[in-house]
Design a protein around this ligand. Structure first.
Ligand code: NAP
Length: 296
């Protein structure tokens, strides 16, 4: 393994080990088993695979999990009723509704219906507001929280650094920019958020000490867009056709990895970088929700 690689898999394993130890304590001291409900509407094969991997991870860590797979024609009212049941279910501490939802269901309506105390994805407006305010009692979305942990645990100095976040989505870019710009330890960065309307994107990227790419465009970030010695975090997970593989496709990030890794001081691979951190932070958030529930 190249020395400038950030090994997301290994860091995620450290977090899982911490989560397992805390679950053992929670069970022993308060007889509470953290429970996660994952709801999937429709039959998107990629979403099915995500849901199943979350279920398996719960079993591995000693959590209780419920997997609800609903027909693609489920109405918004039906899904709201299921969410309401889960909100009242005392064995469930975290609720995750797998996006994307079919067109007849509004994601905003569904995310707002989840009890904020069980909103382990951090998409409820209350938790979004808390993140914007820097109130650490809320839940932070899992992928951005994972990016932050990768930086912290790789001992990257964020304070004072110029961070360029490519992408401003609700799920990744925007929350990453909020986390890193807060007046808190391991943050205090100067953050620039760039997007599809940004001018002089290459210049902006070149000015980054830390570049976080989250745009969903395969290999968009080229070596000439990266300053020598920059830290590059590639959030992108893109399927590109590859007939030489068994599945007919391979996964690639938003960064042109081979040439960029020659310039970066540290870089995440795809797969094996940010991806494993997302599920690690989901499990961590569910544990936090269960711990807080016992204190209410
Ligand atoms: P998204 O909702 O589609 O947002 C993409 C963002 O990138 C938007 O802000 C968009 O700008 C910007 N953008 C798109 N094309 C651009 C271009 N050519 N130049 C500059 N900016 C551009 O995507 P997302 O959900 O944030 O996901 C981004 C990537 O991360 C995807 O590859 C996704 O699969 C991956 N992802 C990975 C994980 C993980 O666990 N590792 C989790 C979530 C997502 P506008 O706002 O102007 O449209």
């Amino acid at each position: 393994m190249s020395t400038n690689l950030i090994n997301g898999k290994a860091i995620a394993e450290q977090i899982h080990a911490e989560t397992i130890a805390a679950i053992v304590r929670l069970k022993a001291e308060r007889n509470i088993t953290p429970g996660l409900a994952v709801v999937l509407v429709g039959d998107n094969p990629a979403s099915r695979a995500y849901v199943s991997s979350k279920d398996k991870m719960c079993a591995r860590l000693g959590m209780h999990s419920v997997r609800l797979i609903l027909p693609g024609l489920t109405t918004e009212a039906q899904l709201l009723s299921i969410i309401s049941d889960l909100n009242f279910d005392r064995t469930i501490h975290g609720i995750l509704v797998q996006a994307p939802l079919p067109a007849q269901i509004s994601e905003e309506v569904i995310f707002a219906a989840i009890d904020p105390a069980k909103d382990v994805d951090g998409f409820h407006p209350l938790n979004v507001g808390k993140l914007a305010l820097g109130d650490e009692t809320g839940f932070v979305p899992c992928t951005p929280a994972g990016v932050h942990q990768l930086l912290i645990r790789s001992k990257v100095k964020v304070e004072g650094a110029h961070v360029v976040v490519l992408g401003r989505s609700r799920i990744v870019g925007r929350p990453v920019s909020l986390i890193l710009s807060h007046k808190t330890p391991n943050a205090n960065a100067t953050v620039t958020v760039a997007h599809s309307r940004s001018r002089d994107l290459a210049d902006i990227c070149r000015s980054a000490d830390i570049l976080v790419a989250a745009i969903g465009v395969p290999q968009f970030v080229k070596a000439e867009m990266v300053r020598d010695g920059a830290v590059v975090i590639d959030v992108g997970i893109n399927r590109v056709e590859d007939k030489t593989t068994e599945k007919g496709y391979r996964l690639t990030g938003d960064v042109d990895f081979a040439p960029v890794s020659q310039k970066a001081s540290l870089i995440t691979p795809v797969p094996g970088g940010v991806g494993p951190m997302t599920i690690a932070m989901l499990m961590h958030n569910t544990l936090r929700a269960a711990t807080a529930a016992t204190q209410r």
